[in-house]
Design a binder for this molecule. Structure first.
Ligand code: G1P
Length: 289
């Protein structure tokens, strides 16, 4: 069966990034670099690799610098051109998408992830869409979103990317109640946001990648408050389960929680270890298992 293609992605980027203060006092956490690229760029590149065309950023106050990142930097480009720094010029221009393919909408109040996604409802405009949380940097070949689009082409409906976590870690994540498993695809029978480890229905935790049907917006519209007093995406997704296909994809790759200092550091080290220009020097400092 032909499923409606996934051409849009919503990237919620309104969060305050308090865990990285003071670094994030004047710059958004999504602009923190991992090696040479800001986190937001990894998410956009992963989306483009998956064939997604329209990028929707749900921003907040003090996030304007991300618009600049995806625009021309005329002064810089002119200087690089004059100096004949072609490679640097190329890199600086590499994130220029065709005009109109990237849009910005503001989440004006911090009411939760579900509310952030709902803020993009006019831009997703009745189409199925992907969501990526740029804090979750995922290294995969192919990228996690591409793996998910492939699963979606097979199953349709809704797909969340999951990974196994230790039972005591389940309280940090959305967790699935698993049904029938086929390879790395698992039928989702239920979803709960940040359960107490004793109550967690499994240890399959959602990482920040989703493919969702537009009906999720209707559930978000109800503004039901859930875990942590926030409007949770997980709760709205849970209400789709009875009426639409819903699967988890235990993706292949490695996820780094770049919303935490240790996760961000590990992402840097892991990417550097794979870069021939850095790997040898890095090994003098760190031993990798
Ligand atoms: C969000 C989601 C949660 C998911 C997690 C993945 O939580 O609400 O379901 O497991 O991202 O990173 P947050 O980390 O924003 O609290």
């Amino acid at each position: 069966m032909q499923h409606r293609p996934i051409k849009k992605i919503v990237l919620p980027v309104a969060g305050l990034g308090t865990r990285f203060l003071p670094a994030t006092k004047a710059i958004p956490k999504e602009m923190l670099p991992v090696l040479d690229r800001p986190l937001i760029q990894y998410a956009v590149e992963e989306a483009l690799e998956a064939g997604i065309e329209d990028i929707i950023l749900v921003t907040g106050r003090n996030k304007q610098v991300m618009e600049d990142h995806f625009d021309h930097a005329y002064e810089l480009e002119k200087i690089l051109q004059e100096k004949g720094k072609d490679e640097a010029l190329e890199i600086s221009r590499s994130m220029l998408l065709e005009e109109g393919r990237i849009s910005y909408v503001r989440q004006m109040r911090p009411l939760g992830l579900g509310h952030a996604i709902w803020c993009a409802r006019k831009l997703t405009n009745g189409h199925p869409f992907a969501v990526a949380l740029p804090d979750d940097l995922i290294k995969g070949k192919p990228g996690c979103l591409k793996q998910m689009v492939e699963a979606y082409n097979e199953y349709g409906g809704n797909i969340v990317a999951t990974m196994k976590v230790a039972q005591e870690e389940t309280s940090k994540y959305g967790v699935i109640t698993p049904g029938v498993q086929e390879g790395n695809k698992i039928e989702v029978k239920g979803l709960v946001e940040k359960p107490h480890p004793a109550d967690a229905p499994s240890n399959q935790a959602i990482v920040g990648r989703y493919i969702l049907q537009p009906e999720v917006m209707q559930h978000l519209e109800e503004r039901q408050v859930g875990a942590g007093g926030e409007i949770q995406l997980t709760d709205a997704m849970a209400r789709l389960i009875d009426s639409q296909p819903f699967h988890a994809l235990e993706f292949e790759g490695r996820r780094f929680d770049c919303g935490s200092k240790i996760g961000w550091l590990m992402a840097n080290l892991s990417l550097a270890a794979e870069d021939p220009s850095m790997a040898a020097q890095l090994k003098t400092l760190v031993t990798f298992k």
